[in-house]
Ligand binder design. Structure first.
Ligand SMILES: Cc1cc2nc3c(=O)[nH]c(=O)nc-3n(C[C@H](O)[C@H](O)[C@H](O)COP(=O)(O)OP(=O)(O)OC[C@H]3O[C@@H](n4cnc5c(N)ncnc54)[C@H](O)[C@@H]3O)c2cc1C
Length: 490
C-alpha cells in the first residue's frame, strides 16, 4: 500500500520534460500539500500502514540539539503596565528589549510560542551585510542623508552583532571568518564588481574575488568569480536568541512565552494588549516584531510581507579532509542565483545548507531532495555523506526587497521584512526600534535612525500568496536553469 501511495505521489509530483528543461509540476501545484497528506494519513491509519515522516521545522532542527539552555520563562499570569510592550521573541524583539531595559525602561515581551520559535530559532545563521540594495539604489529611495546612514549601518551590521555578542558575553558560537558570494556567470560577476565599486565610495566592505581566488577560498568550482565580505560570519541562532533573552531579563525585561497577543486597542495614553482571553498589558509604546509569523493582529500588516519557506539540511560531522576541501577556514558561502543556496559549518563540523522550500510549515523528507542535489552539484564530495538534520521556516519577503520601519498608528511601531537576511538586520532593526520607542516616550523626534520610517506597499491579492509564491519560485528556478545552461555553453 505504502509503495503504491509513494508511486502515486511520485506520479503527481514527477518531472515533466519541457524541451531540455526539467520542470517540476509540484513546484507550481504542490500536490504534496497538507490536505493530500491528511487523506493519505487517514488511509494509512485505517489500513495500519507505516506513514510518511513529518518534519517539524522548529523542533527537528540541528540548533535544538546544540543550543545553550534558555532562561526560565512562562505564561503571563496577571495583567501588567509597562513603558514598552514587545510582540515576538526573536532577534528583533529581544534586541529591542535588551536596549530598552538597559536604559531603565520597563519592558514586557510577549511571545505566542517559545523563545526563537519564529525564524530566529531556525535560521541558517549567516551574519552578513544585510540589504539586497546597493548604495545607489538606497540614495534614490531614501535621499542622500538618510541613505548614507543606512549604508554605514549596513557596512557595520556584522560588526554591530559581533560586538554585542562580545560585550554581553553571549554564548552562541560566534565565528567571524568572512562570507563569499559566488557568481554563476559573467553578468552576475559584473553586477557584483559594480556593487563593490559603489561601496568603495563609502569606505568599502566588499572585495572582488577572481575565479582562482574564489576556488581557493571556497573549494567550489564552476563559478566565474565572486565577492568576499571579511567582516561577516555566523552564530548559533537559537543560542543567540536564548542568550539575548537571558541578558535582557538580567537587565530587567520581563519575557512571557506561550502568551499570544490576541487584541490591540488604542487608549488615551498608549495601548492595551489582550493576551489569551482576559489578561491585559497596558503600554505607552508597542513594538511588533513578528516578521514572517505576522498574523491578523495589526490590520493590513500581514499583507506587507509574503512568508516564503526556506529549508535547511545538515550533514554528519565531516572529516578533517572534507573540511579542508569544502569551505576551508569556515567561510560562509552563498551561490548567488535568483534562488540562492547558502552554506555554513556548525561548531562540530556539520555542513548546514539552505535552499527555498515548499509553501507550508510542516515538511516531509521529499522536500529536502532538491537541496541535497544542489549541494552535491557544488561539492561532489558530499554525495556519500549522511544528512542528519532537516528543518525549515518562514522568510519574510517584501515588495521593495528591503526591510521596513513602519508606524501604522501612533505608538505602534514595527520593523520587519528582512528578505532572508534577518540575523544581522533583525539585530540592527531591534536597536533602531528601541531608539524610536525611547524617543516617543520622551516626546522627541527620532533623528538618529538607520532606517527611515516608510509606509511599505502591500502585496496585491495577498490572500493568494501561496499560489503566487509557487509560480514565482518555479519561474525563478526555470530562469536559473536557463542561465546555468547558457553559462556552461560558453
Ligand atoms: C530556514 C531559515 C534560514 C534563514 N537563514 C538566514 C541566514 O542564514 N542569515 C540571515 O541573515 N537570515 C536568515 N534567515 C532569516 C532570519 O532568520 C529572520 O529574518 C529573523 O530570524 C527574523 O527575526 P524576527 O525576530 O524579526 O522574527 P522571528 O524570529 O520570526 O520571530 C517572530 C516571533 O513572533 C511571534 N508572534 C507572531 N505573532 C504573535 C502574536 N500575535 N503574539 C505573540 N507572538 C507572536 C512568533 O511566534 C515568533 O516567535 C533565515 C530564515 C529561515 C526561516
Amino acid at each position: 500500500m505504502i509503495m503504491a501511495i509513494s508511486r502515486l505521489k511520485k506520479g503527481f509530483c514527477s518531472k515533466a520534460k519541457v524541451g531540455t528543461v526539467q520542470f517540476r509540476f509540484a513546484q507550481v501545484f504542490d500536490l504534496q500539500t497538507r490536505l493530500f497528506m491528511v487523506v493519505i494519513r487517514l488511509f494509512a491509519t485505517v489500513g495500519g500502514f507505516p506513514m510518511v515522516q513529518e518534519i517539524d521545522g522548529f523542533n527537528d532542527s540541528l540548533w535544538q540539539q546544540t543550543a545553550v539552555l534558555g532562561p526560565k520563562t512562562g505564561l503571563l499570569t496577571e495583567s501588567k503596565t509597562c513603558d514598552v510592550a514587545i510582540i515576538g521573541a526573536g532577534f528583533t524583539g529581544l534586541n529591542a528589549a535588551l536596549d530598552l531595559a538597559k536604559t531603565g525602561h520597563s519592558v514586557c515581551v510577549l511571545e505566542a510560542r517559545t523563545l526563537g520559535f519564529g525564524a530566529s530559532g531556525r535560521a541558517g545563521r549567516q551574519v552578513n551585510m544585510g540589504l539586497n540594495s546597493g548604495p545607489k539604489d538606497l540614495i534614490s529611495r531614501y535621499g542622500q542623508e538618510q541613505a548614507e546612514r543606512t549604508i554605514a549601518m549596513m557596512q557595520n551590521t556584522p560588526r554591530t552583532l559581533f560586538e554585542r555578542v562580545q560585550k554581553h558575553q553571549l554564548d552562541c558560537d560566534p565565528v567571524q571568518t568572512g562570507w563569499i558570494q559566488s557568481a554563476v556567470d559573467a553578468k552576475v560577476f559584473g553586477e557584483q564588481k559594480a556593487l563593490a565599486k559603489e561601496y568603495e565610495a563609502f569606505g568599502g566592505g566588499l572585495e572582488v574575488l577572481g575565479k582562482e581566488e574564489l576556488e581557493q577560498r571556497s573549494g567550489a568550482n564552476g563559478y566565474v568569480g565572486g565577492l568576499f565580505c571579511p567582516s561577516a560570519g555566523s552564530v548559533q541562532p537559537l543560542s543567540y536568541t536564548r542568550e539575548l533573552a537571558r541578558v535582557a531579563m538580567a537587565a530587567g525585561a520581563e519575557i512571557f512565552t506561550d502568551s499570544p497577543v490576541k487584541g490591540l486597542t488604542q487608549t488615551g495614553n498608549g495601548w492595551e494588549l489582550t493576551i489569551g482571553s482576559a489578561l491585559k498589558v497596558k503600554a505607552g509604546q508597542v513594538l511588533v516584531c513578528t516578521n514572517g509569523y505576522t498574523d491578523d493582529l495589526v490590520k493590513g500588516l500581514k499583507e506587507k510581507v509574503v512568508p516564503i519557506r526556506s529549508v535547511l539540511i545538515a550533514t554528519e560531522p565531516l572529516s578533517q579532509k572534507l573540511r579542508s576541501e569544502i569551505l576551508p577556514n569556515q567561510v560562509t558561502f552563498v551561490d548567488k542565483r535568483r534562488l540562492i543556496l547558502y552554506m555554513r559549518y556548525d561548531r562540530d563540523g556539520r555542513l548546514c545548507i539552505g535552499d527555498h522550500g515548499p509553501m507550508r510549515d510542516i515538511f516531509y523528507p521529499s522536500d529536502f531532495e532538491a537541496v541535497k542535489r544542489r549541494a552535491v552539484k557544488v561539492f561532489p564530495q558530499l554525495a556519500s555523506v549522511s544528512w542528519d538534520f532537516h528543518w525549515g521556516g518562514r522568510v519574510a519577503m517584501t515588495m521593495s526587497h528591503l526591510p521596513f520601519l513602519y508606524e501604522p498608528k501612533p505608538g505602534l511601531i514595527t520593523g520587519m521584512g528582512y528578505n532572508g537576511r534577518g540575523v544581522g538586520m533583525g539585530t540592527v532593526m531591534g536597536i533602531n526600534l528601541a531608539k524610536a520607542a525611547r524617543a516617543r516616550l520622551d516626546d522627541q523626534e527620532s533623528t538618529d535612525l538607520d532606517f527611515p520610517f516608510t509606509s511599505p506597499r502591500g502585496y496585491p491579492f495577498h490572500r493568494f500568496h501561496p499560489l503566487g509564491a509557487k509560480i514565482g519560485i518555479a519561474w525563478a528556478s526555470l530562469r536559473d536553469h536557463w542561465q546555468e545552461n547558457r553559462g556552461s555553453q560558453k
